[in-house]
Design a protein around this ligand. Sequence first.
Ligand code: FMN
Length: 440
Amino acid sequence: MHLNVFTECSPAPQFVGMWRMPGDRTGTGYRSLEHWAALARKLEDACIDALFFADVHGTYDVYRGSWETAVRHGVQIPSIDPMPVVAALAMVTRELAFAVTYSTTYHQPYECARLFSSLDHLTQGRIGWNIVTSYLRSATENGLGEYLDHDLRYDRADEYLSVVRRLWEESWDDDAVRRDAAADVFADPSAVRQIDHAGTWFTVRGPHQCEPSPQRTPVLYQAGASGRGMAFAARHAEVVFLTLADPESGAVAMRKLRDQVGAAGRDPAGVKALQGSMVLIGRDRAEAKAKADLYHRLWSTEGQLAKWCGWMDVDLASYPDETPVDEVKNQGSQSFLGFLRGLTPDRAWTVGDVKYLISRPRRARRDAPVMLFGTAQEVADRMEQWLDVAGVDGFNLIPCPPTGGIDDICDLLVPELQRRGMFRTAYRPGQTLRERYFAA
Ligand SMILES: Cc1cc2nc3c(=O)[nH]c(=O)nc-3n(C[C@H](O)[C@H](O)[C@H](O)COP(=O)(O)O)c2cc1C
């Protein structure tokens, strides 16, 4: 089984309002290397696969047509760039890997190729790229590029991937670097080449600026559940993040994903699927319940509405509640409305329903969708169901509360999983992230 821990370089990642929790360290720690170094060492001691850094470009300014709500409630603002953090954490860890988000819409492929080759060198092959096409339109207000319609973003991303792959895989031969002092030859130009890409979206001559790194291509992650998103994943992703509702319907989605991977000419078993899930654990039921109550009390309704409106690129405040959701056209993330329709296909959802759902915290139940809740034993039981029934390969754990939740994963959950033989008790030293996922 593979375990990632999800985070973001901003206060209370994913759980708007929980920076108010007594003892929270994210409110200031998000911008402190000491905080991140301590966290990374803790995860490495627990043999976690990778620390996953979500990230966005721009502000959540869709709800009520302004970014004020997002700033007031700390909705992924303020934040810092995760890239320098990853480079620093490579120094204080030996085996823990890092997955970091980078946008194909708001960055040029030549930049992307150099950045990930640099991180692959600095981490000695412990880097993955969470490929996103970015749902926040606001980035365009800051000169970062143009906002394309949903499916067009993926078309552009397809070409983007072919460019960066060629820079990583074809531009330098393995033995191009000679360091032949006598002949004053650092690298042999005949072993380095341009890629001369001329496409619909990009013109990239090359050569790549970096010599081959341990993995050449970083491990490719992707998390898009729309039809176009899944087609993109089937073509490119090595690790797919899913937010499945329950193990039973999850098994259907997993078969569909593996079929799509096969139809894209790849080995269906060559893709790892990780269930993205909030995880809230207590030493006993009472403690788990108490944490759930705190999560409910600190839930920031306005903050959540700002986040979801940004995700979907829809200002729910601008529609009358009775408006059918099907009349709302959006170019942001399409998973959520798709997820709702999947939950109860025969129900005609309205904007009011969506607002109601978003503005209430999820009820903490052991079988709640996209949630692992209870004691370590109960959570491990539920994870076994996901592995056995849905056939996922692991989890992208979203710790709740953002600070204590990481301690609970490392101190309570992992020892239980190791006791059951479900999770490694030691890393294989020196493995690259790709070897950790795919070496037998
Ligand atoms: C676990 C997970 C993590 C994600 N992290 C990010 C992120 O860091 N930045 C981002 O812009 N989008 C992120 N997304 C959003 C996806 O990249 C994608 O936009 C979204 O799932 C919608 O895709 P779809 O429109 O194809 O359904 C994440 C999605 C999931 C499920």
